[in-house]
Design a protein around this ligand. Structure first.
Ligand code: FES
Ligand SMILES: [Fe+2]
Length: 432
């Protein structure tokens, strides 16, 4: 439970709000490179943290992310012409480069220097690993880019996609670190005897122990959320999710968990569009080998595991069609009757309303990670209002981590038993 004041502080992302300012201290995933595929391609509209932006790749390949509204009479530059190293407003022809400088003002007499006095807000960008990031914070405080493992892998070993989620970003992150819902929301074996020889052994443990014990470790970059389940005699099954300030979670691998090293895994980022909408990013990571064509389509395609989505990354299963819930399937096969893990997550999280009233919640022991996450984030935002900058923003190398799922003897602490598995294979960071 949170007070109404803390709930406001946690969830509001507008410029000038404590959390909005905190988020603006970090690089923010803005676009997938495929959205701006070539020089002078079509511009793209983007809304982040309540700000309307226009994005374009100029004739030299440089990326501009600018205030969407032309400073002349406030036309949206999305309708503009992306040509000869700038975007030109279609109303009276004013043209802006990627830095927001007005470089042509054909509607004014040639002699005037008015164009030199006009500038449009432009945000720094960075493209790495198929993702375009933007920095929307104060000039002079530009952070380090997070050294996420997937950002350094060759294209053949990573995937990235995103989808619209119609609720506040915090309740989406809370879903990402809430390991206890796996046994319910995503359960696909209603009415079946658990298969002891399941190729995915974790399914057995999730089904047979539905109230994991949480241990949460605070680290410089965020949290390690460890969910412990009873496994075979003398053993615990640990599922350790990483939360990285402020947007990211890394999901433990699925397969043979004796060692997580080298297995494909997935990560998420939850990026606020505004107070009531979120981009849910999903990353597929295959550190040791290339994806096959089928695996790539499943991990990243429009109709893959994060879909189905349309060409604007909007999910086809959504609240307008009740996520295509099938009540027969719900009775006999799966817990929800809704197909697709991301659709199941979206259904429950969007059903809470755009912003949960956290003063009305009744939290239990399985909500330990959610409670800790809120506390940490609120503290960072309050610290910033008192002038203390977030450490993780200036420590990109901290982000080179993986999540772990592992079976350990019941007298071994997860922080010991899994300690060699947390570091990612990012070569740059390893060399530092
Ligand atoms: S409104 Fe853009 S040039 Fe006039
Ligand atoms: Fe989930």
């Amino acid at each position: 439970m949170l007070s109404k004041e803390d709930n406001e502080l946690l969830t509001r992302v507008d410029r000038g709000s404590p959390m909005g300012e905190l988020l603006r201290r970090f690089w923010t995933p803005a676009l997938i490179s495929e959205e701006l595929p070539t020089p002078d391609c079509n511009p793209v509209s983007l809304r982040l943290m309540g700000e309307d932006l226009v994005c374009f790749r100029d004739s030299n390949g440089s990326i501009g992310i600018l205030d969407a509204y032309c400073p002349h009479r406030r036309v949206n530059l999305f309708y503009g012409r992306n040509e000869e190293c700038g975007i030109r407003c279609v109303y009276h022809g004013w043209k802006f480069d990627v830095a927001g400088n007005c470089i042509d003002m054909p509607s004014e007499p040639e002699k005037t220097n008015f164009k030199n006095k006009v500038k449009l807000t432009s945000y720094p960008t960075f493209e790495r690993g198929g993702i375009i990031y933007v920095y929307m914070g104060p000039v002079g405080l530009k952070p380090e880019l997070p050294d996420l493992e997937w950002a350094y892998l060759p294209e053949a070993r990573r995937t990235a996609t995103k989808r619209l989620q119609e609720n506040n970003w915090v309740q989406a992150v809370e879903g990402g670190i809430d390991s206890s819902h796996i046994s319910f929301l995503h359960n696909r074996s209603i009415g079946q005897v658990v298969n002891e020889k399941s190729p995915i052994p974790r399914n057995k443990y999730h089904a047979q122990d539905r109230h994991p014990v949480f241990e949460i470790e605070e680290v410089d970059y965020g949290l390690r959320v460890a969910a412990r389940r009873n496994a075979d005699p003398g053993k615990f099954y640990w599922r350790i999710t990483q939360y990285l300030f402020p947007y990211y979670t890394i999901i433990p691998p699925v397969g043979d968990f004796e060692t997580s090293e080298g297995q494909p895994y997935a990560g998420h980022a939850w990026v606020p569009i505004d107070n009531e909408n979120t981009w849910t990013w999903s990353f597929g990571v295959n550190p040791t080998r290339d994806y096959t064509k089928e695996e790539r389509e499943f991990a990243g395609g429009q109709n893959g595991m994060w879909g189905p989505i349309d060409e604007n990354y909007h999910p086809l299963q959504n609240s307008r069609n009740n996520y295509l819930i099938d009540r027969d399937v719900q009775r006999t096969q799966t817990f929800t009757g809704i197909s697709g893990i991301p659709n199941q997550d979206a259904a429950v999280q969007e059903s809470m309303g755009p912003i949960i009233d956290r003063s009305k919640e009744r939290l239990g022991t399985s909500d330990a990670a959610v409670i800790k996450f809120r506390k940490c984030l609120i503290q960072l935002a309050k610290d910033l209002t008192e002038g203390k900058e977030p450490l993780a923003a200036s420590r990109g190398h901290l982000y080179n981590v993986r999540s772990v799922s592992i079976l350990l003897d019941d007298d071994v602490a997860f922080s010991d038993g899994a300690k060699n598995l947390f570091l990612g294979g990012n070569i740059k960071s390893a060399a530092e």
